[in-house]
Design a protein around this ligand. Structure first.
Ligand code: PEP
Ligand code: MG
Length: 376
């Protein structure tokens, strides 16, 4: 049905039958359902729907606001450590404020904070007015800024200088974020509240890369604990979203306290379908019956899922009790959730409004298994 004009909307009613159904769901489901949230509002909504923590806070999303993106741009175009540190000082204050709010709302539930993973094309300025603003902010001429932006432009940004690669080149970026996370956590702890941060490193492809980045983060965290004379529990782990990370998961597990499967990038990199461009050709695959479903919506269990399965079993060879979850879009898709349950993962994480569906799917797969057992 198509409606002409704007439809009157009402808030989803929580309570009554919904609550009763969700109580049954909680008695049965084994997977935890977390939320992908970067704002207090999203987290509040998700907790209202029964989310059991944050599975992914994309920190780069915290900077999309016009005032904030200015500092990210300054950080990106910086040509010296000094220039970069100047931008990072501003970003740190913003991040501390953001994290403190999230920790307060989470009330001790795990909060998984993914360190910066900005595909450069999403952050570099293109419009003339943004280039002019950047010139003003950095004290460079417009021509100098344009030259720098051109130098930084990439042919394949999704495969470029993003994720932990940024921290290999510029360790001070993740250092700033680790400090912001832990200083906020200490503040919450001092207020008498529980807090459990999980620090997540994106786009890891090797044990050595993870070890380097992790050590820098651990040093920063330890310096805060020493200064504040406090010791708080926290985990450092990695996203598993590159096929090589799946294949070498036994090695990577030596350096990680948790794995979180980034099935968006893992799908992109396994199929070789660009996330930004697939919309142009995937519909033909559907029409011609080549693909039954969009693999960015429902996990391709035969290919991408096989890699996830390999990473789970290899990771567990090193650390049988490792915490593993999913934070790609598939974490909110019922068919994919069934698959993740069967792999014995601890949690899936999805957008706030998918939390109830994810909870239901997590219970349905258990009931299905029980019914099959009874039949056998
Ligand atoms: C992913 O790749 O699945 C993921 C969660 O990270 P992002 O979508 O931010 O790349
Ligand atoms: Mg990703």
């Amino acid at each position: 049905m198509v409606y002409l004009g704007e439809i009157l909307l009402t808030e989803a009613e929580i309570g009554g039958h919904f609550d009763e159904l969700m109580e049954w769901v909680n008695e049965v489901k084994q997977l935890d359902i977390r939320v992908n949230a970067d704002t207090p509002n999203d987290l509040l909504t998700a907790i209202h729907f029964g989310a059991e923590g944050i599975g992914l806070c994309r920190t780069e999303h915290m900077f999309f606001h016009e005032e904030r993106i200015a500092y990210v741009r300054q950080m990106i175009v910086a040509e010296s450590l000094e220039e970069r540190k100047r931008a990072l000082t501003h970003l740190k204050e913003m991040q501390k404020d953001d994290f403190t709010q999230l920790f307060r709302i989470a009330e001790g539930r795990p909060v998984n904070i993914r360190l910066l993973d900005p595909p450069l094309h999403e952050f570099l300025p293109k419009a003339e007015k943004d280039l002019e603003r950047l010139a003003q902010d950095t004290g460079k001429t417009l021509a100098e800024v344009k030259k720098r932006v051109n130098e930084l432009a990439e042919s394949n940004p999704m495969l470029g200088h993003r994720g932990c690669r940024l921290a290999v080149t510029y360790p001070e970026i993740y250092k700033m974020q680790a400090e912001a996370i832990m200083e906020s956590a200490v503040q919450i702890h001092d207020e008498g509240q529980k807090v459990f941060p999980e620090i997540m490193i994106p786009l890891v492809s090797s044990k050595e890369e993870l070890a380097f980045v992790k050590q820098e983060i651990k040093n920063s965290v330890q310096a805060i604990f020493d200064r504040e004379r406090v010791l708080l529990p926290y985990d450092i782990g990695t996203m598993i979203e590159i096929p090589r990370a799946c294949v070498t998961a036994d090695e990577i597990a030596k350096e990680a306290q948790f794995f979180s499967f980034g099935t968006n990038d893992l799908t992109q990199l396994t199929y070789g379908f660009s996330r930004d461009d697939a919309g142009k050709f995937l519909p033909s695959y559907g029409e011609r019956g080549i693909l039954e479903t969009d693999p960015f919506q429902t996990l391709d269990t035969a290919g991408v899922g096989a890699l996830v399965e390999m990473a789970v079993s290899r990771g567990r060879m090193t650390n049988p009790n490792m915490k593993m979850g999913v934070c790609g879009e598939h974490g909110g898709d019922p068919r994919s959730i069934h698959f993740f349950h069967k792999l014995g993962l601890k949690y899936v994480s999805c957008s706030p409004f998918r939390v109830p569906i994810a909870r239901l799917a997590a219970a349905q797969v258990v009931l299905k298994e029980q019914a099959q057992l009874q039949k056998a």
